[in-house]
Design a protein around this ligand. Structure first.
Ligand SMILES: [Zn+2]
Length: 126
């Protein structure tokens, strides 16, 4: 479905720290502000009502308040090994999957959905 080679000019993520939101230089191992380990972050997406982080093993949702201005402190970690039946809704961009016996639906911005759709299958099948 997708080509195995990554396009060389295509940068899929920047090193924004998922914990504190600070942008770090590309090759950073730890966040310069909060010292969080940045080596296992595959993807970080900022959306309207949450930030979404993808690592090799987890999809992590950092909930934001109604206005999307700050985080509520609620963090939900979905182990990728327990996610199944992934669907990328279109034209209404809803990311759907089965987890823990439930069907979860996460509304994503279109541009975030495109990136996730590109990256996630590589992690899960890999
Ligand atoms: Zn940080």
């Amino acid at each position: 479905m997708t080509s195995p080679d990554n396009e060389p000019g295509m940068v899929l993520f920047t090193l924004v720290c998922p914990e504190c939101g600070v942008a770090n230089p590309d090759n950073s191992l730890n966040c310069m502000v909060c010292d969080r380990d940045l080596t296992n972050i595959v993807l970080f997406l900022e959306d309207d009502s949450f930030d979404l982080e993808l690592t090799d093993e987890f999809l992590i949702e950092y909930r934001k308040n109604f206005w999307g201005t700050e985080r509520t402190g609620k963090v939900i970690k979905y182990p990728l090994s327990e996610i199944s039946n992934i669907e990328y809704g279109s034209p209404i961009t809803r990311f759907k999957f089965d987890y823990n016996g439930e069907r979860l639906v996460i509304p994503l911005k279109k541009e975030n959905m495109e990136v996730l759709k590109e990256v996630l299958p590589n992690i899960i099948d890999g």
